[in-house]
Design a protein around this ligand. Structure first.
Ligand code: ARG
Length: 464
């Protein structure tokens, strides 16, 4: 009987002894799932209101429960709540405290419900909130990229392939490339949010319930579009967490790409951009140093975020229906990835807003490496009606000549050019400057300032 006392107050009826300390340690999730206190209490309040509306519990019990739950929430939010590992998780911690506050009426709250549909509901609400935060964070990030694009719509810079100078592009064009990438990331969160927005509440343990519950009522109260249609699926499904982590992983991958560019661009060798002091750090030994630590950390966050995705995919793989305790391991992965994601979005937004492009080094680099060779070949095709393959060959010979003489293409004299191709005229010089080059790329989606400005306008309107 004394042993029986220490058995779990929530489910200890059939137990004659309490759990081993190690059992308690491996079983408990309260250390982290207390993050879902607000969602747990919102779900319970909706459930209690529905039970009363359906005549399953009486109005006075329901109102005591609903009021008591608000007291519990304010204790938790105020830091005045003693979480208990013996009570395993947030669901039982809240219910136990509710019992202390309102007495036996609290025991009626768990009618027609199980922790299986409860945890699925809480976790969905939590993930949905993070999806909304990611959507807002991405909108803010896109807006600062559009600002950068607008300020440098005409600024020339080298476009790279293989990190070798390829063709001149505009700064605005490069910034807008990231707007497109982050827009796709945002749409992935938006899509996932639509798909996940079905309420598991009322699925109970796995089979539904014999009580006359109204699942539409709780779904609506919690902002879900509808109740989920299969109770087994409802308690087994963690697709929403996987899709959240997938969306985060792709977004973090994109963030790592701009982060890498910032690291390269801010180096003394490139000097393409100046990162603000607010987003740089110094060295404890080398007084001259200004390090792009935030960019490096942004480059690395994808490791832990994608790690979380792989972890949860692996946890879910091969799980039989319906609930298994394995699924408790979903939360820390998602919590950690969400923290990393939101911090990354905020840090990148700040860095991009503050970053200054350095016009002169960008322009010099744009003109280096015979970056207008393709313009020359295109001119030979247009002006001399040469087949492109021949034009490619002639241009190659001119590049070789310029390289041998240590000059750029536009520094070759007309006579030198004509020694390779007699029909070349001095109109060729019009296409050789980097400004001419970018201005000529007017195809839809191309780097010409006129095209880039059209995209800036489109996104400004879409983001307004
Ligand atoms: N803490 C548990 C979790 O996070 C809640 C669900 C427990 N359900 C159960 N049948 N033991 O998964």
């Amino acid at each position: 009987m004394s042993d029986k006392k220490s058995a779990n107050a929530m489910w200890g009826g059939r137990f004659s002894a309490g759990p081993d300390a190690i059992m308690e340690a491996i079983n408990a999730s309260i250390g982290y799932d207390q993050k879902m206190a607000k969602q747990d209490i919102d779900g319970s309040r909706a459930h209690a209101a529905m039970l009363a509306a359906q005549g399953i519990i009486n109005d006075s019990d329901a109102s005591a429960i609903r009021k008591g739950l608000l007291t519990v929430l304010s204790e938790i939010e105020g830091g005045n709540f003693a979480f208990s590992t013996a009570l395993e998780d947030i669901h039982m911690n809240v219910e136990a405290r509710l019992t202390e506050i309102v007495g036996p009426a609290a025991g009626r709250l768990h009618t027609a419900r199980s922790r299986n549909d409860q945890v699925a509901t809480d976790f969905k609400l939590w993930v949905r909130g993070q999806m909304d935060a990611a959507i807002d964070g991405l909108s803010a990030l896109m807006a600062v990229f559009v600002d950068q694009a607008e300020a440098g719509a005409d600024m020339v810079m080298p476009g790279f392939t293989h990190l070798q100078v390829a063709q001149p592009v505009t700064w605005g064009h490069h910034m807008m490339a990231y707007v497109e990438m982050f827009a796709r990331d945002r749409s992935r969160f938006i899509d996932a949010r639509k798909r996940m927005n079905e309420s598991p509440l009322g699925a109970a343990a796995l089979a539904g319930t014999s009580f006359p519950i109204d699942r539409d009522m709780t779904a609506e109260a919690l902002g879900f579009d509808r109740p989920s249609a299969n109770s087994l699926d409802a308690v087994s499904d963690r697709d929403f967490a996987l899709e959240f982590l997938t969306s985060c992983s792709i977004c973090a991958t994109h963030i790592s790409r701009i982060a890498e560019e910032l690291v390269i661009w801010s180096s003394a060798q490139f000097r393409f951009v100046t990162i603000s002091d607010r987003f740089s750090t110094g060295s404890s030994i080398m007084p001259q140093k200004k390090n792009p630590d935030a960019a490096e950390l942004l480059r690395s966050k994808v490791g832990r975020i994608t790690g979380s995705l792989v972890a949860l995919l692996t946890i879910m793989k091969g799980l039989p229906l319906a609930y298994s305790k394995d699924m408790q391991e979903d939360k820390e992965q998602v919590f950690d990835a969400a923290d990393s994601m939101m911090l990354s979005l905020a840090a990148l937004t700040g860095m991009i807003a503050d970053m200054r492009p350095n016009e002169e080094p960008l322009r010099l680099a744009a003109a280096s490496g015979f970056s207008t060779a393709t313009d020359l070949a295109d001119w030979l095709v247009r002006a001399l009606n040469m087949p492109f393959r021949d034009a490619h060959h002639v241009t190659g010979a001119l590049v070789k000549m310029a390289e041998d003489q240590g000059c750029d293409l536009h520094e070759l004299s007309l006579a030198q050019m004509q020694s390779v191709e007699a029909k070349i005229t001095d109109a060729v010089y019009e296409v050789l400057g980097v400004e001419n080059s970018v201005a000529s790329r007017i195809s839809y989606g191309g780097t010409a300032p006129v095209q880039v400005r059209a995209q800036i306008k489109r996104w400004r309107e879409a983001l307004a």
